[in-house]
Design a protein around this ligand. Structure first.
Ligand code: DP6
Length: 338
C-alpha cells in the first residue's frame, strides 16, 4: 500500500492568452502564451492520491463529488505518468498495476473562468508524479489534462511555447523570471460571478479555431510580437508596457469570442464596468493597473504593491458589497512546483 500523497498547486492567469489548438488530442496550441503563477494563499487546488492492491477501480472525487475516471484527459495523464515511471524504473511493476484513488478540491469557483482546470491538472499530475516517484519535469503531462495547466508547474512568469512539431515535443512551458524578479507585482481577483460558464474553454476555442478570421489574424500578426514585447517588459519591469499589452490581449481574446460563429460571450456588464473603471484610473494617474479576463466574467487585476490600497478603496467605493481585500496575492515563488 502507498502513502497518501497530498500536493497543492497554484492558479496561473495569462497575460497573453492561449486560445485555439493545432492538435486537439495532444492539446497543442496555435500560439505561444504567457502567464503569471499566483501564490497559493488565496487560490489553489489540493489533490491527494494513493494506490493500493485492494482497490478495484481507479476512482476520483472532485470537490467532494465522485466523478468518472473515464475522462480521456484524466486517463491520459495517469497513463503518461505511469509510462514515465516505468521508463525511469522508479517503482515496481506490481505497484504500477495497483489502482489509484484521487481526491481533489479547489478553494475557488470551479469552471467560472478562474483557471481551475490549470491548477487542478497541475496538481493531479504533480501528485501522481510524487506517488510514482517520477523525477523528470511533468509540465508536458499536465498539458495533456488542460493546456494552461502546463504553465502552473512553474512559479513567477511563465511562457508556454506553442512549438511546431507534430508530436508536441517542443510545446513546453519555461520560466521567464521567478517571483523574486518583480517582488512588488500583485494580482487582485475580482469575483464577478461563480456560475459555471455556458461555453467551456475547450468548446469555445474549437468554435473559434474553426470559424474566426480574427483568430487567424491574431495568431499570425499579433501574438508573436506581443509575446516578445511583454517578455521584454517583464524583464525590464516596465509596468505601463506590461499593462497595455495585457489589456490589449485580453480584449482581443474576447473580440475573437464575438467573432466566432456562433458567437459566445464570457464577460458581463460588471466586467465591462471594471474595464471602464481601470481605464479612467489609468487616464488620471498613468498606467498603474492592468485587467485581464479569462473564459469567464471575473477580472484579474495586475498591479504593483503601492497601488493596492488605492485600488481596493476604489473598488469598495464603486462596488460597496464587494470584498476585494481577501483576493489579493503575489506571484508563486517556487521555481518548480514539483
Ligand atoms: C482563456 O487550458 O482551460 O484561460 O486546454 O481545452 O483545457 P483546454 O483549455 P484551458 O484554456 C484556458 C484558456 C484561457 C487562456 C489561458 O489561460 O491562456
Amino acid at each position: 500500500m502507498s502513502d497518501i500523497i497530498t500536493v497543492v498547486a497554484p492558479v496561473n492567469i495569462a497575460v497573453i492568452k492561449y486560445w485555439g489548438k493545432r492538435d486537439e488530442d495532444l492539446i497543442l496550441p496555435l500560439n505561444d502564451s504567457v502567464s503569471g503563477t499566483l501564490d497559493t494563499n488565496i487560490m489553489c487546488a489540493k489533490t491527494s492520491v494513493c494506490a493500493r492492491p485492494e482497490f478495484e477501480e481507479d476512482e476520483i472525487w472532485l470537490n467532494g463529488k465522485k466523478e468518472s475516471f473515464s475522462s480521456p484527459r484524466i486517463r491520459n495523464c495517469l497513463k503518461e505518468i505511469k509510462a514515465r515511471a516505468s521508463a525511469e524504473k522508479c517503482v515496481s511493476d506490481d505497484f504500477l498495476k495497483w489502482k489509484v484513488h484521487v481526491c481533489s478540491e479547489n478553494n475557488f469557483p470551479t469552471a467560472a473562468g478562474l483557471a481551475s482546470s490549470a491548477a487542478g491538472y497541475a496538481c493531479l499530475v504533480t501528485a501522481l508524479a510524487k506517488l510514482y516517484k517520477v523525477k523528470s519535469n511533468v509540465s508536458s503531462i499536465a498539458r495533456l489534462g488542460s493546456g494552461s495547466a502546463c504553465r502552473s508547474v512553474y512559479g513567477g512568469f511563465v511562457r508556454w511555447h506553442a512549438g511546431k512539431s507534430a508530436d508536441g515535443s517542443d510545446s513546453v512551458a519555461t520560466q521567464i523570471v521567478d517571483s523574486t524578479h518583480w517582488p512588488e507585482m500583485r494580482a487582485l481577483i475580482l469575483v464577478v460571478g461563480d456560475t459555471k460558464k455556458k461555453t467551456s474553454s475547450t468548446i469555445g476555442m474549437k468554435i473559434s479555431t474553426q470559424t474566426s478570421e480574427l483568430l487567424k489574424h491574431r495568431v499570425k500578426y499579433c501574438v508573436p510580437q506581443r509575446t516578445e514585447d511583454i517578455i521584454e517588459a517583464i524583464k525590464n519591469k516596465d509596468f505601463p508596457k506590461f499593462a497595455e499589452i495585457t489589456m490589449r490581449d485580453s480584449n482581443q481574446f474576447h473580440a475573437v469570442c464575438l467573432d466566432s460563429y456562433p458567437p459566445f460571450v464570457y464577460m458581463t456588464e460588471v466586467s465591462h464596468l471594471i474595464i471602464e473603471l481601470i481605464h479612467k484610473y489609468n487616464d488620471l494617474y498613468g498606467t498603474k493597473v492592468a485587467y485581464t479576463f479569462d473564459a469567464g466574467p471575473n477580472a484579474c487585476l495586475y498591479l504593483l504593491e503601492n497601488e493596492v490600497p488605492k485600488i481596493i478603496s476604489l473598488i469598495k467605493h464603486v462596488f460597496p458589497s464587494s470584498n476585494p481585500d481577501s483576493f489579493i496575492t503575489g506571484l508563486q515563488c517556487n521555481e518548480e512546483i514539483l
